[in-house]
Design a protein around this ligand. Sequence first.
Ligand code: ATP
Length: 266
Amino acid sequence: MNSYDLQGVDVTIHQVKKKYDKREVLKGLDLQIKEGEFVAIVGKSGFGKSTLLRLVAGLENMNDGSIKLDGTPLDGLNKQARMMFQDGRLLPWKRVMDNVCLGLPSNAKNRAMQAITQVGLKERIYDYPSKLSGGQKQRVALARALVHDPSLLLLDEPLGALDALTRLEMQRLIESLWLERKFTSILVTHDVEEAVAISDRVILIEDGKVTLNQPIHLPRPRQRTNPAFSMYVEEILARIMNRKSKKNYSMLVNTETESLFDPVNN
Ligand SMILES: Nc1ncnc2c1ncn2[C@@H]1O[C@H](COP(=O)(O)OP(=O)(O)OP(=O)(O)O)[C@@H](O)[C@H]1O
């Protein structure tokens, strides 16, 4: 078995509540994610998207509810998960190779090299982060996550600070690595196009709950020029902004688990 024969993990989030002081950010949130699925979470700023990721990572405790991984309740740090953040969080005093090797046994250099090669940075292993572009730093952060062969990749707006072209390249890279390795992915993003381009399902969080659960029925790689692609983006954006889409493709719904529309099957 090579190191990529690992599987993703089922994630079941049930009635999760999270308070900061007296403020309830998550108010009984339910979400089920299948093994190997790629889910994107969108929603207005401050609605608890990052909070949910931190709870799934086991970095914080919830006040109520449960998170199960393949049916086993999460208790403490989620060892099956790796997280990637907007700022990469590389150690500036360590070279690329050493950043990726962090936390690995000393005989794992080959694995690190493999991960660095996969993200296209083989030539840069001896560089310090200060010598890298924003996109290259995020490639290192991705390699550092993947070298642990996670069953679950948690992406907290990892491409938010990148220019548009680098962002597209990184989306393709993340998608291709996911297709190859089959880990479960949860991506928090403000960019609805990114969510539609890369995920199997777009989830909207509002007022501490899931208010939209929209599967994306488009073949991969997704073509932004496909009219159905724009339809998804427009409908989801309209839903986030609480207004009807101008083209009125479908009825808006309010139920927690219903999707807006299905441009392929409708
Ligand atoms: N450690 C904390 N202590 C107190 N309040 C917090 C803490 N972390 C988050 N919050 C609050 O919880 C709410 C949700 O924050 P969170 O970062 O999860 O939102 P978000 O949807 O990811 O926002 P954004 O899209 O702007 O990143 C915010 O009002 C935030 O101020």
